[in-house]
Design a protein around this ligand. Sequence first.
Ligand SMILES: [Zn+2]
Length: 380
Amino acid sequence: MTNTTSEPVVELLCDLIRRPSITPDDAGCQLVLAERLAALGFVCETLQFNDVTNLWARRGTSSPVLCFAGHTDVVPPGDERDWSTGPFEPTHIGDVIFGRGSADMKSGLAAMIVGLERFLAEHPNHKGSLAVLITSDEEGRARDGTQRVMQVLKERDEHIDWCVLGEPSSQHALGDVVRIGRRGSLSGMLTVRGVQGHVAYPQQADNPIRRFAPLLAELHQIEWDDGNDAFPPTSFQVVDVRAGIGAPNVTPGELSARFNFRYSTEWTHESLQEKVHAVFDAHEIDYELNWHLSGKPFLTEPGALINAVTEAVTEQTGRAPELSTGGGTSDGRFISPAGTDVVELGPVNASIHKVDEHVNAEDVITLTKMYQRIMQLLLL
Ligand SMILES: [Zn+2]
């Protein structure tokens, strides 16, 4: 086994893991990155919005602009006693590095920085510009992060042509899956009103559970779509149902529920909402339904970015990546609407958001080479 501990990208990764950047606290991570970028000639700007720290760094003024993007924040570790190692003490066991954020997504950040350093050492006069967009608000509300930075760039007429997000896209082996888009995410917050009553006198009450149950069954039976060439089928999931006042002899007066659609481009959020309201309105039910759209679906069409990423992965792994739109939302939903091609390429995601989150050190080293190769293919 090779010793990976002294590899620059692994050292940087461990430095970042040591900073407990629980969302939205950046815990000094971006300062470390900004110092390295400034040394390469990047103009670094910290864009602070409320408790969120963002970094926009750019080197060069011409087009095309290739941007690496990601987040320094991590999800909380939960009970630290459940961890085999301290969540914020990067620990090597064999060739594996344990720590919160090791996979999601401090490996991606470390690989970007070292990849940029290596590329610029060889090609300081490449064409176009390089940029880096980092937020500390991806795992939280995601209101004052990438979304706000994109607003600032729009006001300045600053355009990103290609964006590589370092999110952990890989499923079993590094580079086996590259994300080229994401499904939309639409949530419904439902209240069903009834009349509270004594459980023994149902005729004097109106139990909202009884009204909602058949409707829920119907929603579950609907085949929303079969997906399409680029997207998996739309999925409907109920995440919460509550009613009842905690007494065994009282039927509730109100029920609340929350559900979520991960939807393909076969729907828009408007057409989905219309369909759901039509299903509800066919039942005798007194309800209120509020919607929250957290992201429209987006898709990067075949072109220079997908070609470069595919080639970089194939060179390093010998396999062509699967181009997928599955998985959860990411900040790509805020970058893509600006007319930017967005691709996500990062380490294996099997342990993200779990105790004992980890990453393979060799993968981080290889990911650095992939990023470096993407720069060569797009900017030389
Ligand atoms: Zn992430």
